[in-house]
Design a protein around this ligand. Structure first.
Ligand code: ACO
Length: 333
């Protein structure tokens, strides 16, 4: 186990203090979807594991979902909003092109100090935001950070395209990170390592065909699903094995594996490839479909809420998405 990460004393550790999530009220079942587009509950469940998704009401923008999730995380952490000095929102579905959704969340929470910004790495957004927050905390510049993944992907979907509209849903999740002075993340708790990657050559495999700088439209999500699937498992293996190699642990040392919730088949294939026991996999995709940057904190909120993830557990987070982007985060809870 001896190596740089397990032995070095890092001055500021980014410790997870609390987790929260929010789903819109409106739940859309596969059967309801099958009434409007040529698909079936059987096809969707067999190919993806998804049984339902939540759809935000017109007045439920991404910042509204994010604010609900942030409040739940603050309450879970026992931290006052005014003690937060940085808000990062990972989203690909901002309320407006600008200002950043994070600033709307900051205002809604009554925070008048510190900084707030958005981060865009599509489905990998939460892992990228967590890594960013960890570096702010580790540097000593910020003490308490709200990291939020929030999406209204229903606004980006082409509801006549059965190859994509069955896969996604809306939601938000958040964690409160706090810097703790001294100790060692591996032993005492906190984010142990993060590994981030991108490769823009894969843009056309998964993208939105609109934007302010191209055609001035919001656009619709387009995807070559089979190619995304093919690349996803290898990319996930890449960043998780990098985390294993750097920290000197193996899949057996993990207590929980919390993947981006895109598709049950990707989750299961990744766990098999990495040698993670099925009993350690946290999967919630069946309940809310792929909520992009919100999916990992939604899964975390479920597994912390039902008592599976406990203080001291070793947890591996991973995600892959548009760009392509992919990343992992190893955390001692
Ligand atoms: N209902 C019924 N039939 C459908 C549907 C649908 N919703 N969608 C496609 N089909 C049909 C196709 O037209 C095709 O018919 P054909 O054989 O007559 O041509 C048949 O089903 C098989 O289509 P495939 O695309 O080969 O199906 P596949 O087994 O690859 O499953 C899926 C498609 C679920 C999209 C899969 O490729 C996948 O999961 N890809 C990963 C995509 C993903 O998760 N993206 C999320 C964003 S990226 C990320 O988060 C990691």
């Amino acid at each position: 186990m001896g190596n740089r990460l397990t032995e070095t004393n890092l001055r500021w550790r980014a410790v997870v203090r609390g987790v929260g999530a929010y789903l819109p009220h409106r739940c859309m079942s596969n059967a309801e979807l099958a009434a409007t587009v040529e698909t079936s509950d059987e096809w969707i469940v067999q190919r993806t594991g998804i049984t339902q998704r939540y759809i935000a009401a017109p007045d439920e923008t991404t910042s509204v979902l994010a604010t609900h999730a942030a409040r739940a995380a603050l309450s879970n952490a026992g931290v006052d909003a005014n003690d937060i000095d940085l808000v990062i929102v990972a989203t690909s579905t901002p309320d407006y092109t600008f200002p950043a959704t994070a600033t709307q969340v900051q205002a809604a929470l009554g925070i008048r100090h510190g900084a707030a910004f958005d981060l865009q790495a599509v489905c990998s957004g939460f892992v990228f935001a967590l890594a960013t927050a960890e570096k702010f905390i580790r540097s000593g510049s910020h003490r308490r950070v709200l990291v939020i993944g929030a999406e209204t992907f229903s606004r980006l979907l082409d509801w006549t395209d059965r190859t994509t509209c069955v896969l996604f849903g809306d939601g938000a999740g958040a964690v409160v990170l706090e810097g703790e002075d001294g100790g060692n993340a591996f032993k005492d708790g906190g984010i142990i390592s993060t590994h981030l990657r991108s490769d823009g050559r894969f843009r056309d495999k998964l993208f939105v065909d609109g934007g302010p700088g191209s055609n001035g439209m919001t656009g619709h999500l387009r995807m070559e699903g089979r190619d995304v699937f093919r690349h996803a498992v290898g990319m996930i293996e890449d960043v998780v094995t990098a985390a294993f190699a750097e920290s000197g642990i193996t899949a057996d040392d993990l207590d929980w594996f919390v993947p981006h919730q895109a598709n049950r088949r990707i989750i299961d294939a990744s766990a098999v490839k990495l040698g993670v026991a099925p009993s350690k996999v946290v999967a919630t995709v069946q309940l809310h479909a792929n909520t992009s940057a919100a999916s990992i904190p939604l899964a975390l909120a479920t597994a912390c809420g039902d008592g599976r993830i406990k203080k001291g557990n070793l947890v591996m987070l991973e995600a892959m998405g548009g760009g392509f982007t992919w990343g992992s985060a190893l955390v001692r809870w």
